[in-house]
Each structure stands twice: as C-alpha cells, then as structure tokens.
Design a protein around this ligand. Structure first.
Ligand code: ADP
Length: 456
C-alpha cells in the first residue's frame, strides 16, 4: 500500500510546487516587463522630475488594479511620490529592497505563506548616463494565481483518495487469497498438536506450504515412532524385571510348601534364588548404563590411549570365562594404535562383543580380536566360530532387549542390552559398528572409531 500511495502523493506535491513556481515566475516576468514600459513612460513625461499629472496617476491606479496589487513610486531621496493605496504618499520608505533598487539592483520575493509577491525595479533616466531617478515598488496578491492550481490540487487529492481506497481493497483481497493456505496450514498443525489429527497435514496450494506440510508430517511420524519405541521399551523393562522376580517367587513358594525338606534341597533352591537376584541386578546395571549413555549431555572422558594394550587387557580379563568352555582367545595386532577414547566406555563396548563371542560359541571354539588402523580410523574386529545369527535377526540385534534365542541368552546371563550399549558407546565416539554372520560358521563384529576425537 505504501509503495502504491506514497509516490503518488509525493508526485502530486512536487508537480503542484513546480507549476506554482513557473506560474509565479511567468506572472512576475510579465509584470516587470509592463512595469518597465510604464516607468519609461513616466520618465518621458517628467513624472520623476515633479511633473506629476492626473493621466499618469490614473495609469498607475489602473495598472495596480489590474495586477490586484499596490504600486509605489519612490524618488531618489526615498520619498514616496505615488502610492496607489494612497497611504504612504509623501512619506519616506527606507527598506532593504528600496535601498537596493535605488542602488540600481532589481529584487523580487514570493511569500507563499502570505500569498504575496513583491518586486522593486530601479527607475533610470533615458539618456546615456542612465542616472537612477527612483524606484518602483510593486506588491501583488497572488491568490488569483494560486487559486486555479489549488483547485487542480483538490481534484488530484480526490484522485489520491480514490486510488488509496482501490489499493487498500486490492491489498486486503490479495492478502486474503495469499494467506488462506497459510492459515489452513496453521489450523491443521494446531489441530494435530491438540491431538485431533485426522491423517497427515496436507496443504498443497503453494510449493512452500507443501514443503512445510511434508516436513511437519515427517517430524510428526518420527515423534510417533519415538513415542512407540519408548512405550515398547518401558513395557520390555517391566517384563524383563518381572521375570527374575517371578522365578524367585516360584522358588520361595515351593520351598514354603515343601515343609520338611532336606538341607541340600534348601541350599539348591537358595542358590537358584541368588542367581535370579544377580540377573535382576545385572539388568538394572545395564539399564542404568544405557540410560546414562542415552543422555545427550553425557560427556566422554577422552584421553589418548594405547589401544593395543587396552585390547590385551580386555582379553586377559575374559580368559577365565573362555577357559571354562575351552575357547581359545586370539589377538592379532597389525600396528601400534594410539587414539582419543573414553577408556571405561570403550572397554565396556569391546568386552560386550568378546563376551558375546564366547557366550554364543561352541565348546572348544575360538574368538579372534584384531586391531588395525589407517590414517583416520582404527578398526576392532571380533570374530568367532560360534553358532552365527540368522539373517532376519541381523537388523534387530542392536535393539534393546532383542535376543535371537531368549532361552539361551537367559541361560548365559544375557540381558539383551549388551549390543545396544556397545553401539551407543561407539556412536558417542563418532564411530560405526557393523555385524556380519553366517549361520553355523560364526559372526564378526567390526567397530570403526576415529583416531582423533573432535567434540561437536
Ligand atoms: P545378550 O545379553 O542376550 O547377549 P546382546 O544385546 O549382547 O544381548 O545380544 C543380542 C542378541 O544377539 C543375543 O541374544 C544373541 O542372540 C545375538 N548375538 C550377539 N552376539 C552374538 C554372537 N557373537 N554370535 C551369535 N549371536 C550373537
């Protein structure tokens, strides 16, 4: 609206001012020319030498009336010898313009505020000396010149108002059309936020609204998935925590109902109960590690470590468990590796992988841990000669509580959280983890972590 109306108003003002200026200048030119002719006539008739006659006076009066103004003739001694208003005749007039006029300079001034124009022209003798005999001072009322222009200006103002109204209506109309899809989009999003979501938000009027709708739908679906997985996680946690409790209860109830039972039986049952309690606390520990890792603010305690030594230490710690099942632990190191890692967390991640390789292995099998590096990353590979993972299970093994064989996992003390903990730790190190497996032949987990940790 401003772009439409301001230039029109400004142009109108500028045009009015320039017309007025040219009108005033034209009128002044005409009047000064006429005044010059009159003055010559006055000088010729000896008017300035005191030969004042009625004819000249009448000409002056008529001229003043035509111009709608006042004419004063002032002699060289500043005395007003003729005033068409009759007020100043015989008086002396000493103002700046008259002084200039008697010094031979022409001056003029237009005052728009008082609607008046005056000019003073020197009166000179007609001989060669051109002596200054006096000055003619003219005051004119310019209302007559301004009036037609003002009327024109009024018409223009009417046009401006009409133009403004048309632009206003047009703006409102166009805005209504343009904003409608945006309002629809805002309403759909508000409805969805309030829980009244019927299908996906779809406002395809503009490319932009389509893109906003798509982005909103994607975010919404992601939130939905997150919400579902959170609910699933909570119900899984409840279920997992309940299982050992149920076992404990069953064991305790059967002990109670047995009455007189041999001490050996009591001891056996108590050992089972103790095992279930261990399981329960392992689940809780794993859950705690996982939630701690999930916290976005979880800071890594990064330090430069010798990874070869760390891997050897992990294998050394797990040797007793491997020995129980006569599993051979092998370490293959291609080069010395120094990297920025969180020692405790990476140890936990690799321990989980090697533990799994032992747990899901056959009696007398082997587990190989190899370490390699290039200029950017180091790679930890954990391969085993175990049972392998079925192909359809591969995409789920990193999910919380996912276990291929629930019974076997429970038997070996698994919680179904080990791989998801390892994955979270690797991701925190800005790394990646992948699994390859062939049923009956074995499984390989490959971890890739940058040598230099760059905080985000
Ligand atoms: P769990 O505590 O049950 O071991 P994990 O998250 O560590 O849980 O592993 C998830 C599942 O992936 C396990 O239950 C197991 O079925 C399978 N798995 C993990 N590692 C191996 C492996 N090395 N060989 C075969 N199966 C494995």
């Amino acid at each position: 609206m401003l772009i439409g109306t301001v230039p029109v108003i400004a142009m109108n003002q500028i045009l009015y001012k320039s017309y007025l200026k040219s009108e005033i200048s034209n009128s002044t030119q005409t009047m000064t020319a006429q005044a010059l002719v009159l003055v010559n006539q006055l000088v010729q008739s000896g008017y300035m030498d005191g030969n004042m006659n009625d004819v000249n006076d009448a000409i002056l009066d008529q001229m003043a009336e035509t111009w709608n103004g006042r004419i004063r003739i002032i002699d060289s001694r500043f005395r007003v010898i003729k005033d068409t208003y009759g007020r100043d005749s015989g008086k002396y007039c000493v103002d700046q313009a008259v002084i200039q006029g008697l010094a031979g300079a022409y001056s003029e001034l237009y005052d728009a505020g008082t609607h008046s124009l005056w000019f003073v022209e020197p009166i000179t003798s007609l001989d060669q000396e051109a002596d200054i005999l006096g000055a003619i001072a003219v005051n004119v009322d310019t209302t007559g010149i301004e009036k037609p222009l003002q009327e024109q200006q009024e018409n223009m103002r009417m046009l401006e108002v009409t133009f403004f109204c048309i632009i206003l209506l047009l703006t409102v109309f166009v805005l209504q059309i343009m904003l409608k899809p945006l309002n629809t989009l805002a309403d759909s999003i508000r409805n969805a936020a309030e829980g009244n979501r019927n299908g996906s938000v779809e406002v395809a009027n503009y490319k932009e609204t389509q893109r906003i709708s798509d982005a909103f739908n994607k975010t919404w679906n992601r939130m939905q998935i997150l919400d579902e997985s959170r609910q699933e996680f909570v119900s899984n946690v409840a279920h997992e925590l309940k299982t050992p409790m149920t076992s404990i209860r069953v064991l305790a109830d059967s002990l109670n109902s047995m009455g007189e039972a041999p001490v050996e039986l009591y001891q056996e049952f108590m050992q089972d109960i103790s095992r279930e309690i261990d399981r329960e606390s392992k689940i809780i520990d794993d859950l705690l590690s996982l939630t701690r890792l999930d916290k976005s603010g979880e800071a890594l305690n990064i330090s430069k470590m010798n990874i070869n030594e760390l891997m050897e230490l992990i294998l050394k710690r797990l040797t007793p468990i491997a020995n129980q099942r006569s599993i051979e632990l092998l370490f293959e190191s291609y080069r010395p590796v120094m990297a920025d890692i969180d020692e405790v967390k990476l140890t936990l991640a690799v321990t989980n992988l090697v533990e799994n390789a032992i747990k899901y292995n056959k009696e007398g099998g082997w587990v190989k841990l190899s370490l390699n590096a290039d200029h950017q990353y180091f790679y930890i590979k954990v391969s085993d000669s175990g049972c392998g993972i079925p192909e359809d299970a591969m995409e789920h093994i990193f999910e919380r509580f996912y276990r291929v064989d629930k019974a076997r996992s429970r038997e070996t003390g698994g919680t179904g959280l080990g791989l998801s903990i390892s994955k979270s730790i690797v991701l925190l190190h800005h790394g990646a983890i992948k699994a390859y497996s062939k049923m009956g032949e074995g499984t390989t987990f490959v971890v890739r972590i940058p040598l230099n940790y760059i905080a985000e």
